[in-house]
Design a binder for this molecule. Structure first.
Ligand code: DQA
Length: 144
């Protein structure tokens, strides 16, 4: 079975207690179980608050040819280094689906711009944890 990297950026390790009105009250362990329940591949779910570590994981996706579901969290809005790492995956034929739990376009103005979307394979936002489930189904239908 394909391994799918499910990469989560800063502050997402606090899901469950972080702004539950925006992000719900389930944590990353619950997200992992939800995705495993889809039985669409092995789920390698990771979270980091560190930009360099997240970039390293995208390099790993290139080297191992692994599809990626990425919630870049706040890096979405300003990290050109992360954008370049996502482009490394997608320009080498790999898949990166950008996901968001909330709909950033319906929130503060600084969240309306994603520097990642232009190099991602696709974007799914606003469906809670189901954004990841929808992305997992999309990965199953994409080339890598
Ligand atoms: C988020 C939206 C971002 O604006 C925010 O910084 C996050 C989470 C989401 O999943 O809705 O940390 O990516």
């Amino acid at each position: 079975m394909t391994t799918v990297l499910v990469l989560n950026g800063p502050n997402l390790g606090r899901l469950g207690s972080r702004e539950p009105d925006v992000y719900g009250n389930q944590d990353l362990a619950a997200l992992r179980s939800l995705l495993e329940g889809e039985k669409l591949g092995d789920i390698d779910l990771r979270q980091t608050d560190d930009e360099g570590e997240l970039i390293g994981w995208l390099h790993e996706a290139v080297d191992k040819k692994l599809p990626v579901i990425l919630n870049p969290a706040a890096f979405t809005h300003y990290s050109y280094a992360l954008r370049d790492a996502v482009a490394l995956v997608t320009t080498s034929g790999g898949t990166v689906i950008e996901v968001h739990i909330s709909n950033p376009h319906a929130r503060e103005e600084f969240r309306h711009n994603s520097v990642i979307s232009g190099v991602a394979t696709g974007v799914i936002a606003g469906f809670g944890f189901n954004s990841y489930v929808l992305a997992l189904h999309a990965v199953g239908r994409s080339a890598s």
